[in-house]
Design a binder for this molecule. Sequence first.
Ligand code: FES
Length: 157
Amino acid sequence: MDADGTQQAPEQQEYSSVCVGTEEDLKRRERMTAVVHDREVVIFYHGGEYHAMDIRCYHSGGPLHLGEIEDFDGRACIVCPWHKYKITLATGEGLYQSINPRDPAAKPKWCSKGVKQRIHTVTVDRGNVYVTLSKEPFKCDSDFYATGDFKVIRSSS
Ligand code: FES
């Protein structure tokens, strides 16, 4: 069943929105985890915005729901608790600092590796929070830990 109460065709159900909790609860806790169509996700409420992403870090499967949120280069990131990789909440980009080794006066600057963590869509309707899985067709590194043998959970929500 979709957020508006309509039934989805079977081939579309994988991408239908799923209620993961209440807006009030998410705002109070600032993060929650959920299983959406057999995919484990973490949902954040940060800076007045909602974000959802695959729960396992693209690097080596670390638990992002246990990480701290910090700003880097003006962008809110979840910092993976295992090896401290920084992932932007809004886009799923992996951020890193680079420096020109031939320039001793150079300061490190923040760069993007591109989208590494799959981001999902969060909507709020009548006090409930819904997540719709990304159907972007590109291969995202975090897919490795969200599907197949390395997937941690195996049951549907
Ligand atoms: Fe997340 Fe290594 S598993 S930084």
